[in-house]
Design a protein around this ligand. Structure first.
Ligand SMILES: [Zn+2]
Length: 417
């Protein structure tokens, strides 16, 4: 029974997605049209004036300017505090709207807009009591699709910007892809990528970006795909096209955007020592003081100094994996042997201590006591799907893929959620 219900839900989503995708343009046109009408109607039977709070403005100053008495100002401030938890206005972001039945009538309603997703309406009833109502504005969420291509001499950020992908979304995409890709070696001119993500609108205007629903990148080592998916237990994560967890317990490149200056090798000429020996890690160029994030959650098992590594930290992540970070200028405050760290938490800062020719991070991954190449080792996923979730995921992925196909043929379309 339960399974049948799940499939039904998914089918419903599929129907909704396609029905909406197809009538998309129509919806957009109708929206714009009705907005025009409602604005015209509003201006016919109400008189509204909007004040954007400037620096130095206070609620009492603005209300006094509108002709409210001191007693009324106090009453309004009191009700705002007790019922909306608002005690002050923020310059440049808050707006106040004063509503009158006509231009000469007294103000019948005050609307405070502290965020695009919240409105507070203050009205006065017949017995002169001020009342306050909190209204949550539901975002109008649209799913959009952007695709880009890497050009000669390009970076992923440049190409993404050209494709119209907002900076915040790009940074998130980069972070997610960094689990699967080595941006230094896997990115070449001619590669295409795409992102399916949400944009939140209020009153027809874009306010912010929402979640990333799907990513695709034609990397050198194969197509990288990631889909956001909610498991039955309510937890969300990103999974590859086969339902394997895409968020890995370790990052290949702890520092984003850092250039690899020396790769893992079983024999290389050491830049300081001059003779050939194995390079058991990867070097990332970064300026002194750049924060070094932990590649994964774990515990500090070593922190110290030796002639080769300079200041270094070693983390243990689980029974198999350890990582090591060398040549640090200094350690992060409070990070000592025994400290538990989260993935991404700063453990130290880039430097050039020990045997080093310039500021860089030397990063090692040690699996079952053996050094492995961080750029190619298959990293363990944080969470994989059980059988039931996997079935649901594969159905859901098909729907998303078809949606993506529609949108890639009609880049001006969006899916209304
Ligand atoms: Zn090194």
């Amino acid at each position: 029974m339960k399974k049948a219900k799940n499939i039904l839900n998914i089918n419903n989503i599929a129907k909704a997605v396609f029905a909406l995708a197809i009538i998309l343009v129509l919806v957009a046109v109708v929206l714009v049209f009705t907005r025009h009408i409602s604005n015209d109607m509003a201006s016919n039977d109400e008189y509204r004036s909007v004040v954007v709070v400037a620096s130095g403005d206070t609620l009492s100053k603005l209300l006094t300017e509108q002709g409210f008495s001191n007693a009324q100002v106090l009453d309004i401030a009191k009700v705002l505090k007790s019922e909306a938890d608002i005690t002050s206005l923020r310059a440049d972001s808050d707006k106040i709207e004063f509503v009158r039945s006509d231009e000469m009538a007294p103000i019948s309603k005050i609307v405070i807009v502290p965020s695009p997703w919240r409105q507070i309406e203050i009205t006065c009833d017949a017995d002169g009591q001020w009342r306050c109502q909190n209204i949550d504005i539901k975002p109008d969420t649209r799913v959009v699709y952007r695709q880009g291509e890497i050009l000669d001499g390009d970076s992923f950020y440049l190409a993404g910007g050209r494709a119209g992908i907002p900076e915040g979304i790009l940074a998130e995409v980069y972070d997610l892809l960094a689990f699967e890709m080595d941006f230094e070696r896997d990115v070449r001119a001619g590669q295409k990528f795409s992102v399916l993500y949400e944009e939140n609108f209020a009153n027809g205007e874009k306010v912010d970006n929402g979640r990333i629903l799907a990513i695709q990148f034609e990397a050198l080592r194969g197509n990288v795909k990631m889909y956001r998916f909610k498991k039955e237990d309510g937890k969300t994560g990103y999974y590859d096209e086969n339902g394997n967890g895409a968020i890995k317990s370790l990052k290949r490149t702890p520092i984003n955007n850092a250039r690899v200056t020396s790769s893992f090798s079983n024999s290389r000429k050491h830049p300081v020592l001059g003779y050939t020996r194995a390079h058991k890690g990867v070097d990332f160029r970064a300026s002194t003081g750049t924060p070094i994030p932990a590649a994964g959650a774990g515990r500090v098992v070593a922190r110290g100094y030796n002639n080769g590594h300079g200041n270094y930290i070693k983390l243990r992540h689980n029974a198999s994996y350890e990582t090591l970070y060398a040549h640090m200028s200094r350690f992060a405050k409070g990070v000592v042997v025994g400290t538990t760290v989260k993935q991404g938490q700063t453990i130290g800062y880039v430097g050039s201590t020990g045997l080093s020719t310039g500021p860089h991070l030397h990063y090692e991954i040690i699996k079952d006591g053996k050094h492995v190449n961080p750029m190619t080792v298959k990293l363990p996923a944080i969470s994989n799907l059980d059988k039931k979730d996997k079935e649901r995921f594969l159905e859901y992925r098909k729907i998303l893929d078809e949606g993506i196909e529609h949108l890639s043929n009609h880049p001006e379309w969006f899916i209304q959620l």
